[in-house]
Structures are given as structure tokens and as C-alpha cells.
Design a protein around this ligand. Structure first.
Ligand SMILES: Nc1ncnc2c1ncn2[C@@H]1O[C@H](COP(=O)(O)OP(=O)(O)OP(=O)(O)O)[C@@H](O)[C@H]1O
Length: 215
């Protein structure tokens, strides 16, 4: 399995945010994006997840059989800054919606709702409306969304923001397990996650573009 990008450039509004971004990730690899606020980390993640069209270059996914007919966005789970859950629905209803919406892909199987809740350390409260939960509990359940349906690629935008130390460790373990099972991870982060098998890319935003740092 491979996820690769070649000479990507992306624009937000009128501004070119980055150019000439390339990477090549195989089974079990993680790419960690670092850089100051506004440097283009979320922009790159959104391009990879297929939520934003690049200005130039391309991203490609090749599965374990060597086939490249799926768009990277189709094989990815995207965890953005927002949790993508409805406040009025219960946690179980939210997770069930996502489980059915995504379905599994060949190569893996999603967890049952209660098992996913247990995996993020919050078993027994899935009957509560999502809006009743604390910010950290909401983030944990947003992460559980990645576990209820299988996708080989996880695209994570500051996954550990708003979390306590225990949840931080838990997320790192879940991400590591995904890598050990052959999954690929792209994550933007302001704090070291402590993952293994990682490459780091420091985003520089406009400065890099104007000074030609991207080559
Ligand atoms: N919808 C938009 N329209 C115009 N400009 C945007 C839009 N979204 C983001 N930008 C700009 O693009 C640049 C890169 O933003 P991006 O969110 O990718 O940065 P980031 O590195 O993820 O930042 P942070 O660490 O704060 O999350 C910023 O200057 C931002 O203002």
C-alpha cells in the first residue's frame, strides 16, 4: 500500500499556501506535519483527504494489490478540528450514522459502537446526547468515528487538541495500532505525538513560498 504526493501546490482564496510538496508513505508509515499557525498544515491535510482541490500536482493511493483506482479521499478517514457530530443526537446515533455512511473497505472491519466507545475509554455513556459531553469526551468520540468503519489511511488534524494526558496516550496507542496493522497516518500536530515510523514535514506557509524554500 502506498500514499504518495508529487509536487503539490494549494491556494486558499487568492494566496498560494505551499508549493512543491511531495511525500511517499507505505504500510505503517506516518507523516507528521509541524509548523506555526497558518503555515498550511490543515490545507495540506484537506487536499490529501479530497476536501480541497490542489492547484498543482497530484496525490495517489495504491492498494496492497497494486491497484490505484480509488481516490485518496475515498480510502481515508479525516478527523478535522471540528468533531462532525450532531449535538442533539446521542453518541450511539452519531456513531451508527457514520458506521453506516462509511461502511467497511476491503482489508479491515470496523468495531461495534460499544467496542469503539470502550476503545476510547468511554464505555457506557453512548446513550447520552453528544452535546451533553465535555470537550475532551466529545473529542474522544470523534476519534471513535475512525474505529467504527475501516479505512487504511487516517488524516488527523491536531487529533490530541483539548485532551487530558490519559486521552493523549490513548490516542497515540490507537494511532500506533493502526500503523502496526499496516495503516498509513498523516497528522498535523503542535506537540510531539511520540509515534514510531514517522517522517516529519515542517510547513512554512507564505514565507516558504515567497522565499522559494520549497524548491
Ligand atoms: N477558506 C479560506 N479562505 C482563505 N484563506 C484561508 C482559508 N482557510 C485558511 N486560509 C488561510 O490559509 C493559510 C493556511 O491555513 P491552515 O489552516 O492550512 O494553517 P495551519 O498550519 O493548519 O494552522 P493552525 O496551526 O492554526 O491550525 C492561513 O493563512 C489561513 O488564513
Amino acid at each position: 500500500m502506498h500514499l504518495s504526493a508529487e509536487n503539490l501546490a494549494a491556494r486558499r482564496g487568492e494566496d498560494l499556501i505551499f508549493t512543491n510538496v511531495s511525500f511517499d508513505l507505505s504500510d505503517g508509515d506516518a507523516l507528521i506535519l509541524t509548523g506555526r499557525n497558518g503555515s498550511g498544515k490543515s490545507t495540506l491535510l484537506r487536499v490529501v483527504a479530497g476536501l480541497l482541490k490542489q492547484e498543482k500536482g497530484h496525490v495517489a493511493f495504491t492498494d496492497s494489490k497494486g491497484e490505484s483506482d480509488r481516490m485518496p479521499g475515498e480510502v481515508s478517514h479525516y478527523l478535522g478540528h471540528r468533531n462532525a457530530m450532531k449535538s442533539e443526537l446521542t453518541v450511539a446515533e452519531n456513531l451508527l450514522f457514520w458506521k453506516e455512511f462509511f461502511g467497511d473497505m476491503i482489508g479491515g472491519a470496523g468495531l461495534a459502537i460499544e467496542d469503539a466507545a470502550e476503545a476510547v475509554g468511554l464505555a457506557g455513556i453512548t446513550h447520552l446526547p453528544f452535546g451533553y459531553l465535555s470537550a475532551g469526551q466529545q473529542r474522544r468520540f470523534a476519534f471513535a468515528k475512525l474505529l467504527v468503519a475501516y479505512r487504511p489511511v487516517w488524516v488527523l488534524d491536531e487529533p490530541t487538541a483539548a485532551l487530558d494526558t490519559a486521552a493523549d496516550r490513548l490516542f497515540v496507542e490507537l494511532i500506533s495500532s493502526h500503523q502496526k496493522a499496516g495503516g498509513i497516518v498523516l497528522a498535523a500536530t503542535h506537540q510531539p505525538l511520540g509515534l514510531t515510523n514517522t517522517q516529519e514535514m515542517r510547513m512554512t506557509g507564505f514565507v516558504g513560498v515567497s522565499e522559494g524554500m520549497w524548491g
